[in-house]
Design a protein around this ligand. Structure first.
Ligand code: IMP
Ligand code: MG
Length: 185
């Protein structure tokens, strides 16, 4: 299998249990460009952004997206963790790392890899709003559309089918983040 096909790439990085490619590399590149253009026109001339990537899942999306944005910006990262026992989220989220950067009076753009139950964002939004930003918007690469959040993502890359997806930053037990496409297990 040539390494240029999704199946070939998957095989070359040791992924054998991939069910199907859900969003191809080319599909993602095109959509990221569209979102970047929409974000660039949303903000007024002269406004600047602080792009906050939620680690770890958003790291590749962030790297690609910021390169399509045509406005002044800075980047920083946040780590949020749902905690509790076992593998089922307790529904509580804590912010493990708050960026040193001051958020006051700034246009924050929070990047999330995927919105599933929405718990992460529901908890993070009030925490960020306490820091008195000028504005706060959410951009999610994927949205499973299982819930509607009080503060919805203004920009969404793709509605995601109800499958467990990996690649392009998303993991299963920390594996598969480096796949250039998004597949399901
Ligand atoms: P939420 O708080 O339930 O919206 O969960 C969001 C987080 O769960 C995401 O940032 C992902 O880390 C993880 N997650 C949810 N669904 C998936 C999936 O299909 N693949 C990989 N990670 C997922
Ligand atoms: Mg995550």
């Amino acid at each position: 299998m040539p390494a240029t096909t999704p199946e070939g790439v998957a095989k070359s990085v040791g992924v054998s249990n991939l069910r199907r490619v859900v969003f191809s590399e080319e599909n993602i590149r095109r959509r990221v460009g569209e979102i970047g253009a929409a974000i660039s026109t949303h903000y007024q001339e002269g406004e600047s952004l602080l792009v906050l990537g939620l680690l770890k899942g958003s790291f590749i999306f962030m790297a690609d997206l910021v390169r399509t944005l045509q406005l002044p910006l800075q980047v920083d990262f946040l780590v949020a963790s749902s905690y509790g026992s076992g593998t089922v989220s307790s529904g509580k989220v804590k912010l493990l790392y708050g960026a040193d950067t001051s958020f006051e009076g700034r246009n924050l753009l929070l990047l999330e890899d995927i919105v599933d139950s929405g718990t992460t964002l529901e908890h993070l939004v009030p925490i960020l709003n306490e820091k008195r930003p000028r504005s706060l918007e959410i951009c999610a690469l994927l949205h499973k559309r299982r819930v509607t959040m009080e503060k919805e993502a203004r920009w969404v890359g793709f509605d995601c089918p109800d499958e467990f997806v990996v690649g392009y930053g998303l993991d299963h037990a920390e594996d598969f983040r480096h796949l250039p496409f998004i597949g399901s297990l």
